[in-house]
Design a protein around this ligand. Structure first.
Ligand SMILES: *Cc1c(COP(=O)(O)O)cnc(C)c1O
Length: 423
């Protein structure tokens, strides 16, 4: 499917008058429409709730939009909990799915009334120590080991993942927690990442539903919720077919009826913890071509770099590029599109077929709405960019300012060495 930017060249020219590139921008209309579809696709389930994975796009303006769409928040660190609290999320609208968790984070999660999703059986005592006693509601993260394979060959390796407990450990953990007064239980699993297939959730759901039947038989517990977590993907490349969330919702309902309802387990709420699916396509990084270099290869140097978007450098991930205003031109050049880091992996694209790029052209990097800005870092003393919101009416609002050298030096404010730059 052709990938179409949600911004035109004219709009970018207007925006850069106020906000110089590079910046990430999010499409409010797209975010809201997509969230609405997800809720519709699972409306057959009374307790359905999406807990947005805060780590994908930890911005309070985005979190508030999702709040208005009925979402909760999925956190895994202190600052993510604090952000959610500040945005007015509390109690069961926060899921705390962390691992290797410091004690004060369990304590704070419990104070907010969040649902704690336990990553290991040994953490039962740790949570008791953190919270005084176990909360009434507890969740456990499931990891069956081995390889998770789907019919189209997509697979992932839960057996190599540090997360979760073995099924036997969950049975034991639930028996222990029940004896210690826990009343409501849930199970959670994240077994494959960025799955561009309608098959993942139904297959995962079936496995978890069957495990819920085992829990009923062996612990006498009917779980209250089943959290399918993240992993529903997006088509980063133009040749991929996007997931159909309605097909996915139907697929989960089918196995819900076949496994849970057929075994007398009713009223189980289905939760999701999507990040990429909620935000990925509705964000873009816009950067200006500032240099061209002709050596052993053809390079275009841009004013963004891997600190603004790490996925290509970190995983060799593909992000589609559009040269704004040249969408219809023939892609008869082959470029490496590179940033300014002193790291040779700082390349947004390698050997990419694109139309001729001139200095001053704006390059629109697609699908940066999730795990984009948020993976940013400060290597080479590079600063994080601004985040902008394209509002429903078409106006643009800054939702995070760009970092300045003062932010970068702020952690030296206890001494006077950098006063010259901190004033
Ligand atoms: C990262 C993460 C998610 C979201 O993953 P996506 O690939 O963005 O859908 C959900 N739950 C947990 C626990 C995570 O760590």
């Amino acid at each position: 499917m052709q990938k179409i930017p949600f911004l035109t060249l004219d709009k970018v020219r207007e925006i850069v008058k106020t906000y110089p590139t590079p910046w990430h921008i999010y499409d409010e209309k797209g975010i809201r429409e997509n969230a609405k579809k997800l809720n519709e696709a699972f409306s057959w389930n009374k307790g359905f709730k999406e807990y947005f994975a805060v780590k994908a796009t930890p911005n309070p303006f985005i979190m508030n939009i999702l709040k208005e769409c009925g979402c909760g928040m999925d956190c895994s660190s202190m600052t993510e909990l604090e952000l959610s609290d500040a945005c007015g999320f509390s109690g069961k609208d926060i899921m705390f799915s962390s691992n290797e968790t410091p004690i004060e984070e369990f304590k704070f999660a419990n104070e907010l009334g969040a649902i704690i999703n336990l990553d290991d059986i040994t953490h039962i005592e740790y949570v008791e120590k953190a919270c005084g006693k176990l909360p009434e509601t507890m969740s456990a993260r499931y990891n069956p080991g081995g390889v998770f394979t789907m019919s189209n060959g997509i697979m992932d390796n839960p057996g190599d993942a540090k997360y979760g407990m073995t099924p036997d450990q969950i049975i034991e953990a639930f028996n222990i927690m029940k004896s210690k007064g826990v009343k409501y239980f849930g199970i959670h699993a994240f077994l494959a990442s960025n799955t561009v297939t309608n098959e993942y959730y139904p297959k995962l759901a079936k496995e978890l539903f069957e495990f819920a039947v085992r829990i009923k038989n062996e612990c006498g517990i009917c779980v209250s919720f089943i959290n399918l977590s993240g992993g529903v993907g997006i088509p980063y490349t133009p040749d991929q077919e996007p997931n159909d969330i309605f097909e996915i919702g139907k697929g989960v309902k089918k196995v819900y009826d076949e496994v849970l309802v057929a075994n007398g387990i009713k009223d189980v709420a289905i939760f999701t913890e999507l990040g990429r699916y909620m935000l990925g396509p509705y964000g873009a990084l816009v950067t200006e071509a500032i240099h061209e270099k002709h050596t052993h290869k053809e390079y275009i140097g841009v004013d963004a770099c891997a600190v603004n978007l790490m996925r290509p450098a970190m995983y060799g991930a593909y992000h589609h590029l559009s040269v704004l205003g040249k969408e219809e031109e023939i892609a008869d050049r082959t470029y490496d599109i590179v940033g300014s880091l002193c790291e040779n992996n700082d390349k947004f694209a390698i050997d990419r077929k694109l139309p001729k790029i001139d200095k001053g052209d704006y390059i629109y990097i697609h699908d940066t709405g999730a795990h984009g800005f948020s993976m940013g870092y400060n290597y080479n003393g590079k600063l994080r960019s601004a985040e902008l919101l394209l509002q429903e009416g078409g106006s643009v609002k800054m939702i995070r300012r760009a970092e300045t050298d003062k932010d970068y030096f702020a952690t030296f404010d206890f001494c006077n060495i950098l006063d010259k730059y901190l004033k």
